[in-house]
Design a protein around this ligand. Sequence first.
Ligand SMILES: [Mg+2]
Length: 240
Amino acid sequence: MPLESLVKIVTKSTQEAPTLVVFDLDSTIFDVSPRTEEILKSIANDPEFASRHPDQALALKSIVVKSTDWGIKEALSRAKITGTIDFFEEIHKQWSKLFFSNDFLHFDKPYEGVIKYIKYLEKLGARIMYLTGRDSHRMGKGSREVLLMHELPVDDSHHQLILKPQKGMSDSKFKRDIFIDLIKNHDDIWFFENEPANVNLIIKEIPEVQIIFVDSVHSKREEKPDEILSIGMNFNYKEK
Ligand SMILES: [Mg+2]
């Protein structure tokens, strides 16, 4: 019952030493599949793309991306979209450009219960932080707007949104370096994260951080540890 345990811990913490609860964004707070689906449909509706790839554009207009998909490959193969390697490279490039931008972030769907859960932790006195591999140049503005749109606590000092200063940095090392700083000023840190590569590095190098693995989707670059607190794609907790 990791969600309930954390509520208990936050309840016992003090104003002087609040529990810090850090959330990753993509596939931790947000189901990004609606973002990908809208992007693929928008590519299909681009007249220039549609004139060059009429059959694929038609199929893309009714594409379905599932919450359990990672990237675009599974959705494209379910829709039986075929084409040359150049075609797939083109669509991946287009998708990637729009996925890592501000333009489609508002389509992300928060996992069930997560907004209520974060607000509850904040009300109990937790310091909330968002730590994402998104970079501030391409995605900072939209990321902040979407947090505010869902009325999540975010400001410049206490409940911060932390993004990568530039694209191309390793997500894992970026997050590790942030935690190295955070442990200097916080005795009790909890981290919700869906990517095993990030989780594994933090466990190895900063064991002080308590991790709750969000078992949603991930890159499959690494395996999650066998023994780890984890939750599925919902944040429904039992209120006492
Ligand atoms: Mg993530």
